[in-house]
Design a protein around this ligand. Sequence first.
Ligand SMILES: [Fe+2]
Length: 249
Amino acid sequence: MRVLHLTDPHLFADRNGFLRGAVTFDTLQSVLAHYRENSFAARLVALTGDIVQDDSAAAYAHCRDLMSVLGLPVFCVPGNHDVPKLMRHVLPDPPFTYCGAREESNWLFVGIDSRVNGRAGGRIAESELRRMDTTIEASQAEHVMICLHHPPVPMRSQWLDSVGLDNGDEFLARAAASGRVRAAIFGHVHQDYDAVHEGIRLIATPSTCRQFLPRTDEFAVDDRPPAYRCIELRPDGSVTTGLVWVTNA
Ligand SMILES: [Fe+2]
């Protein structure tokens, strides 16, 4: 089972809108074009939030139009920059799923909302944790991947950890208690991350636009290019990934 992980496109209504020097419509388009030349053949796209930067319905419509070239289901969750009401309005139908659940080849995918109104940092509400628990309990799938926006663990970066996930420990303990969560993928951090905590593989993918310099106490932009990640979920529950930097974006 193969998954394409895209995150943090930060689109604007204006197709020429830019964020820290990157025209985000163009960089997402370049990432998608690069992926389509790749022979990876994902069956699902996970899009882990910060889809828009300017709170506009038009930016979500750009997302819908750009993603349509893939012809794949798009499993999405909101980030701190998203407007759930607009996201649900513009992306309500297949191929998009908003904070849903989906089974593919003995793997269950659960999309979790970690955003808090008016805050850059996140917290997973008890109702959302309960939905994760009950969705896993109700599924016959042997393995589970969780998709969310905020990082469940500190990134060893003072400014970024001040806007992290308040209850990452609780999330990881609940996920580990299920005995079936093998991986959680997230965005928000605009950098590469891949480590195992509580027996769960935690993977961040850099943004489709600009990146943050890892392990810095103060905010700093990294000059690395846009990126996407190919993830292979094996029948035995193991996970392999390949991060792709798109240098011509
Ligand atoms: Fe972001």
